[in-house]
Design a protein around this ligand. Structure first.
Ligand code: MG
Length: 487
């Protein structure tokens, strides 16, 4: 009896020790998996061909190229819409812009903004204890209550919308209000002048550098949203007149040098292996601006179209010790995947409301044989038109009216040329064989077209399609500021 009791006691002790060991191991593992810092760098109107390692000519981007050599380059990375606000809504929320009702480019007097019922990347990571900061262009609502510090960012320095929405721009309506520089939710400079604009790229990078230094002891998320190379182009004094490509090349050189400073700051603070850095842009080049526009490289068309030139972007990610060096990912992925992927890496909860993005950690971390989790990606533009979709190697465009500069006189020196209308039919392209979307295979592959159409019908039921006068059942309203901004 006594022997039995001793055996039981011993067994209990062994069991308790095993449980303790497991708990300790779990705890150690959890500590090993300290959430990574994240620096998300987003450009404005940067084309697929505007980075050295994606084929840029006439200037160099050595820091971005090194970032790609140290990490991974995505060749088939998409935004959700070919224009600023809609694209940024998708990045920030992980949702198609139609789901959160942010369309097109919001104007300086718009009352519309991103709903406070949506969760941004900043809010998701903040709930996990991250310090959160942003510098640059927001463009998801310009009224004070709609600015980044009311969407999960602890701090913000930047411009509330595009740099061309100001009275100084040759093409802008003269009724545009002055463009403010915002710190927090107040204008720190109520009237940005051209002399101020030349300083912005470096000032936004300065804020990123300062933020990283201040927060080096805790997990942080910084969103560095350069408002260049969107027109009007401005490069700092040290960069102007330095490249064969002219002002556009100078602007890219400054952006690249600024990214170099951010990477150097991470290194100096011992944060290289603790920090994931992601680089991409909001939409393709604004082609009507000619020499002041970027290049879509081999892709067709640009900003404001759902051909790949408008929606496919260079994407580079770097995280030494976690992302293998020199990888190239050719699987389709999208800015809508950034939120769920960062949430998974950080061990943070996803937003409660449905989102469209998916966790692409296997692609990002360069796992061999990793495949895109998306069966299809959908592209909305122009007041709720579902204009195109990508599924595997296939791209399907739905009949609509787009715009093109083909055959038009190009813009020059910051003055745009004029687009002409382009009637787009039902068009099917095999992007593996035809990256420039030249050979329409729709009539040769009717069954494939029908199959893709069925997939499009499913998203139309949820998000609607104004080309078919169809309302979506899952569309959520935006924020409406009660009073128009005077900013
Ligand atoms: Mg843009």
């Amino acid at each position: 009896m006594l022997a039995q009791r001793t055996r039981n006691k011993t067994a209990w002790r062994i069991g308790a020790a095993a449980v303790l060991l497991l708990v300790t191991q779990e705890f150690t593992r959890a500590n090993d998996a300290t959430p990574p810092n994240v620096v998300l760098i987003f450009c404005d109107d940067l084309g697929y061909g505007d980075v050295g390692c994606f084929g840029a000519r006439g200037y160099q981007t050595p820091h971005l190229d090194t970032m790609a050599r140290d990490g991974i380059r995505f060749t088939d990375f998409y935004v959700a819409s070919p224009v600023c606000s809609a694209s940024r809504a998708a990045l920030m929320t992980g949702c198609y812009p139609e789901r959160v009702s942010i369309r097109g480019a919001l104007g300086p007097r718009d009352r519309t903004g991103l709903s406070h019922d949506e969760s941004t990347i900043a809010e998701v990571l903040k709930r996990r204890g991250y310090a959160t900061g942003m510098a640059g262009k927001w463009h998801l609502g310009c009224n004070p209550s709609q600015l980044p510090i009311h969407h999960g960012f602890d701090e913000y320095l930047g411009i509330p919308y595009s740099g061309d929405m100001w009275p100084h721009h040759p093409e802008a309506p003269k009724t545009y209000p002055k463009l403010p520089l915002i710190d927090g939710d107040h204008a720190t400079d109520a009237d940005i002048t051209p002399e101020d604009q030349v300083t912005l790229t470096t000032r936004f990078a300065d804020r990123a550098v300062d933020f990283i230094r201040r927060n080096r002891e805790r997990p942080f998320f910084f969103y560095l949203a350069f408002n260049q190379p969107h027109v009007p182009l401005f490069a700092g004094d040290r960069f102007r007149g330095k490249t064969e490509r002219g002002l556009f090349g100078d602007v890219l050189t400054e952006i690249d040098a600024s990214i170099g400073r951010v990477l150097a700051t991470l290194k100096e603070n011992g944060l290289d292996e603790k920090t994931l850095v992601i680089f991409t842009s909001d939409n393709g080049p604004w082609l009507s601006y000619g020499d002041h526009a970027g290049s879509a490289g081999p892709l067709r068309e640009g900003k404001g179209t759902c051909f790949d030139g408008g929606i496919r972007e260079p994407m580079i990610a770097r995280w030494p010790g976690h992302i293998p060096a020199g990888k190239v990912c050719r699987e389709p992925a999208s800015t809508i995947d950034v939120l769920p992927t960062l949430a998974a890496l950080a061990g943070a909860k996803l937003p409660e409301r449905p989102i469209d993005g998916l966790d692409i950690r296997p692609l990002l971390l360069g796992e061999p044989g990793a495949r895109s989790p998306h069966d299809s990606l959908f592209f909305y533009y122009a007041n709720g038109q579902l204009q195109s979709m990508r599924s595997g190697q296939w791209k399907l465009l739905f009949p609509h009216v787009a715009r093109t500069m083909n055959g038009q006189a190009p813009g020059h020196g910051g003055i745009p040329g004029k687009y002409r209308k382009l009637e787009v039919g039902l068009e099917l392209y095999d992007l593996d064989a035809d990256i420039g979307e030249r050979t329409n295979l729709a009539s040769q592959r009717p069954e494939l077209v029908r199959e893709l159409e069925k997939k499009a019908d499913a998203i139309r039921r949820e998000l609607g399609d104004s080309l078919r006068k169809q309302q979506g059942t899952a569309v959520r309203p935006p924020d409406r500021a009660p009073v128009r901004s005077g900013a």
